[in-house]
Design a protein around this ligand. Structure first.
Ligand code: TRP
Ligand code: SF4
Length: 327
């Protein structure tokens, strides 16, 4: 039986961090065994907010790609490509824009939220409002069944399904309605205890050298009640312990939790255990990254191959869509 199709994308608007690794990438890696996976870098989407300064886009695309491969996304098992290299996405986006009511887009919660959050740029553009329409084209052009995304993307998936239904109603049944594949994962805290995010400046990046990762973790916020080593603490309110829950063994977690509550261990000792475990996860990534950085030709072969496969799939859908619309 043919494998079901999974599709997901990531914007290219910055370096990837540990939160992206445990929240999305490791899940994508797991999916590639059982599904026909299409993973792409959404560089056009990053233009919706970064259009005034495009100087870093290409570099960021390359960095995202290196991180994907280093994290175990395998071009032998899935299709990896860049959105802007498959022009059919733009054509489908245009066709969808004809049938998408403005009200659907204005109601998307991320539309207002982002506009309020990002004050230094004008997001009152046509492209920014149309972000979910482009995302719908990304998904529907591959007629994907499942879309692994975080909970914040659910409204975009809902619009995708609405656009599919509307197109199918108007012109005939072309697009299957995709489903979100929610990955429930505890949010990784950043070194200041807030959610790890590149906009907070509290992230540990996959591209950080070991020394920086160690330094960041050594200065990471702890339970503020532990001023001195003799002050007992409460691991459940400590962001370092939240990290332990993700990266450390049950035994290590117990050791740290009871050592913390009884003031039997200091925060540095507790963090050393975490550092060892995070290094265990990052070491193979660092190795692979260095290897790839030295072989840029391998990178371009991989994307060119992926782009070819993606175009082929996209072309089939576009032929059907144009036919259905009689254009
Ligand atoms: N909006 C997604 C994000 O910010 C990125 C994205 C663009 C995407 N097109 C997509 C995700 C299609 C899934 C499917 O994370
Ligand atoms: Fe946090 Fe560990 Fe220090 Fe306890 S011992 S406050 S869990 S860093």
């Amino acid at each position: 039986m043919a494998k079901q199709r999974v599709l997901s994308g990531m914007q290219s608007s910055g370096r990837l961090h540990l939160g992206n690794l445990v929240g999305a990438l490791q899940n994508w890696v797991r999916l590639q065994r059982d599904y026909d996976c299409y993973y792409f870098i959404a560089d056009w989407h990053s233009l919706t907010t970064l259009y005034t300064d495009t100087s870093l886009i290409r570099e960021n695309v390359k960095d995202v790609l290196i991180n994907w491969l280093a994290a175990g996304i395998d071009p032998q098992k899935c299709t990896i490509f860049i959105q802007s290299r498959v022009l059919e996405h733009a054509e489908l986006h245009l066709l969808f824009s004809m049938i998408t009511p403005l009200g659907w887009l204005e109601r998307v919660p991320t539309y207002k939220e982002k506009q309020e959050e990002i004050k230094d740029r004008d997001l009152g553009t046509y492209g920014f409002l149309g972000y979910p329409v482009l995302q719908s084209a990304d998904i529907l052009i591959y007629r994907a069944q499942y879309v692994p995304v975080g909970i914040d993307q659910i409204p975009h998936l809902e619009i995708t399904r609405e656009i599919a239904r509307r197109f199918n109603f108007l012109y005939g049944n072309i697009f299957p309605e995709p489903e979100a594949m929610l990955t429930e994962f505890p949010k990784l805290p950043g070194i200041d205890g807030r959610k790890m995010s590149k906009s907070y400046g509290n992230a540990i990046y996959l591209s950080d050298p070991p020394k920086d990762v160690e330094q960041k973790l050594l200065t990471m916020m702890t339970d503020p009640a532990r001023v001195k080593k003799t002050d007992p603490g409460e691991p459940e309110i400590c962001p370092v312990f939240t990290m332990h829950k993700i990266f450390s063994s049950k035994e290590e977690q117990q050791f740290c939790a009871s050592g913390c509550r009884t003031a039997g261990i200091g925060c540095i000792e507790c963090k050393r255990i975490l550092i060892k475990n995070i290094f265990g996860v990052m070491e193979p990534i660092w190795e692979k990254r260095n290897e790839l950085l030295q072989h840029p030709d391998v990178l371009s072969d991989i994307v060119e191959e992926g782009i070819k496969k993606a175009r082929k799939a996209a072309t089939v859908t576009m032929t059907m869509a144009r036919e259905a619309m009689r254009i």
